[in-house]
Design a protein around this ligand. Structure first.
Ligand code: URA
Length: 220
């Protein structure tokens, strides 16, 4: 664990919870490894023309993901909303503004992290992606994770957590544990859109992201 000189601890660390114990240990299913794409750019090009599930019919733009290809932290959301579909960029709507603030508060501003979603095309009326849509899209995400190989993964909301961990469990039961995906520590927290709906979850979410942030330090 990184130790900061006395008096130079970052603000986010004050009162942060200790790193919790281990949770699920998951390895990427070989069939999902999607090893074919040599780069993040190759994935983005494939996603742009992807027709593997019906979500392609309704898209304005596919949203492959973006950020630092050598990010220490990779953030995974559910899928594009309206603003993301229009712009082709992840988390640019209201939830994205909140995510930007959260990332800045842990001294990992947005350009330093990598941001991707479980599905790369907007589901109609922002519904959760269906199991078949998720399954069709997960090879892209798995390959993005393998290429970025972040020190820590942060899953935003139940869809991201379930898709990455391959389980169907409540968000509450998946929080406050350090899971691993292919040996990469993975922390689960609330989706920023849920925080906008229910501000009572902001405090626990702040604890979760500070756990993830400590893990970034721990893994460095
Ligand atoms: N919600 C998500 O899960 N992803 C986005 O990119 C935007 C909103």
């Amino acid at each position: 664990m990184k130790s900061y000189p006395a008096g130079q601890e970052p603000e986010w660390l004050a009162g942060a919870p200790p790193i919790p114990g281990p949770g699920l240990e998951v390895t990427t299913p070989p069939v999902m490894a999607g090893g074919a794409w040599p780069s993040l750019e190759a994935i983005a090009a494939e996603v742009a023309g992807c027709r593997k599930c019906p979500l392609c019919e309704g898209r304005t733009n596919a949203v492959p993901g973006e950020g630092n290809p050598r990010a220490a932290l990779m953030v995974v959301g559910e899928g594009p909303g309206e603003q993301e579909d229009l712009s082709g960029r992840p988390f640019v709507g209201r939830a994205g503004e909140l995510l930007d603030k959260i990332l800045a508060a842990i001294d990992l501003p947005r350009p330093e992290v990598y941001i991707a979603n479980v599905v790369k095309c907007r589901p109609p009326r922002n519904r959760a992606p269906l199991p078949d849509e998720r399954a069709a899209c997960m090879p892209y995400l798995h390959r993005q994770i393998a290429l970025v190989r972040p020190r820590v993964l942060l899953a935003l909301g139940a869809t991201a957590a379930e898709a990455l961990l391959g389980v169907r469990q409540t968000l509450g039961s998946l929080r406050l544990k350090v899971h691993t995906l292919d040996a990469i520590p993975l922390v689960v927290t609330y989706h920023p859109a849920a925080l906008l709906r229910n501000p009572n979850w902001k405090r626990p979410a702040w604890d979760d992201v500070r756990i993830a942030r400590q893990l970034v330090d721990a893994e460095s």
